[in-house]
Design a protein around this ligand. Sequence first.
Ligand code: ATR
Length: 277
Amino acid sequence: MSELFGIIGNPIEHSLSPLIQNKAYQSHHIDAHFQAFHVEYQDLETAIKGMKTLGIKGFIVTVPFKAKVIPYLDEIDQTAQKTKAVNIVHMIDGKYVGYNFDGKAHLEALLEDMGIQSLSNQHILIIGAGGAAQSIYYTLSQFKDIKIDIANRTKEKAKILKDIGVNVKNTNVISLAEAENKHIQYDIIIQTTSIGMWPETDKSPINISHLKPGTFVSDIIYNPSETKILKQAHENGARTQNGKKMLALQNALAIEMWTGKKVDYNVMLQTLNEALS
Ligand code: ATR
């Protein structure tokens, strides 16, 4: 029997997950279908119970349910516990287990595009302290001798974020203005806010005009492909990446977990590129 997987969110009409997931099933001969489900706020618990009853083995959770879904799951992994957010759910022995793969997918994409195996000894700037930043920071903070500055508009939120880290002694909380002043010092800059996302593509959280040679700039936004900050980084000779690979890798991780089949994330990356061109 064909399996059914899905994504829950609100709004959900514009999600690209059904397109890229179904493309991956098709190209890897996986007998499954992926469906987007619009869930009303007050119906979340009923929706999860219904999916469990129907035997749906896995689903993605997106805005605004990443934190709200936790009470309705049976277990959550360590990253989800730390970040208080879940974005992938897998049914194991009849139980729904929640995971947060944002950090893992971002790290894999970053290491691959930088062509390195570890981030030890790197000096990193994380811009933002929201949901995505939490998982990314928690994952990066596990590297030995990594130095991380977190810059956020609301400093209090960045201070709370710092506390979820593993090796917090090398983490500093700074303002966006301070980050702009010292941006020349960083090896890697990771932009995790929604600033610069379509349709407000003329915005950037900080101005980066004096990057040190070899700096790598990562923006988790995937639409547009080149945000203002990435464009500026590019113009200043930096290597860059947008959020498409992270998204494709995250979907590949979910499929592998749900079906036991390893899929080539490039199929999804190409589909994303075509859909967003
Ligand atoms: P997500 O889950 O996508 O990370 P979020 O939790 O709402 O979304 O976090 C959004 C991030 O973008 C936050 O770091 C937010 O800064 P604040 O903590 O000060 O709210 C940042 N952000 C969003 N719009 C911003 C803006 N116009 N200027 C500066 N920071 C902004």
